[in-house]
Design a protein around this ligand. Structure first.
Ligand code: ZN
Length: 229
């Protein structure tokens, strides 16, 4: 495989060879790149000494998994929510509006940073009220939410382990704020620069993706408004 093909596969969720599992007993279903595993475990340890049980909710997702999420939302089988966490009715929307409603909170398959093995959605199961399931919605992490203290701790401390919040201040973008999404900067910063439109279009070939023709027709907008940088 050429260097370009290899990189394309990593950046679009079509490779697993860059991954290492997070060690048990933490979980055997979470995968990240080796340096990210190391940094996360160190940060988790530091969080523990402060009283937080920092855990991953979602780490690596492959193309297929991201396509399942996307298609579920596109077909109305999975909740699409607005900034307040309320469900959005997709029925009256045209295809591009529908795609945009989904894109605010979900990346389209092939363009998710979770493909890279550098991204982690975090939470603290001990702070989650009994019977409450994790929503990954902003109100849980913001002022008054049950993860507010964890957010504050991460804002101060995540940087010294190499992590930052890519979806906190996305000036000029139409993507929502994600105070749960951490990215390992030393790797993801490179990937952001290397990811191209061509890679994404190649990744979509022979794949079933809701609204694909419409997404292709709006490709420039998709890149400009919904992808970083
Ligand atoms: Zn995420």
């Amino acid at each position: 495989m050429s260097h370009f093909a290899h990189l394309s596969a990593i950046l679009t969720g079509k490779s697993r060879e860059h991954l290492t599992p997070l060690p048990n007993p933490l979980s055997n279903k979470h995968f990240l790149q080796a340096p990210v595993v190391k940094a996360f475990l160190e940060m988790q340890q530091a969080a523990k000494t402060t009283g937080f049980n920092l855990q991953p909710a979602s780490t690596y997702r492959d193309f297929e998994r991201q396509a399942l999420i996307w298609n579920g939302k596109f077909k109305g089988e999975r909740k699409v929510h607005d900034d307040q966490g309320n469900p959005v009715d997709l029925q009256p929307l045209n295809t591009w509006q529908k795609c945009q409603a989904i894109l605010r909170w979900s990346a389209v398959a092939g363009a998710s940073r979770h493909h890279w093995g550098t991204e982690i959605d975090i939470f603290d199961p001990d702070l989650l009220p009994q019977g409450q399931s994790l929503m990954l919605e902003p109100w849980e992490y913001q002022t008054g939410g049950y993860f507010q203290q964890l957010t504050n701790w991460l804002l101060v401390n995540s940087e010294r382990f190499g992590f930052y919040f890519p979806f906190m201040e996305c000036e000029g973008k139409k993507i929502g704020q994600e105070p749960w999404h951490l990215s390992y900067f030393p790797l993801s910063d490179q990937y952001e620069r290397l990811f191209t439109a061509e890679m994404l279009q190649n990744a979509w070939e022979n794949e079933e993706l809701g609204g694909k023709d419409c997404l292709i027709a709006h490709f420039d907008e998709l890149f400009r408004d919904y992808l970083l940088p």
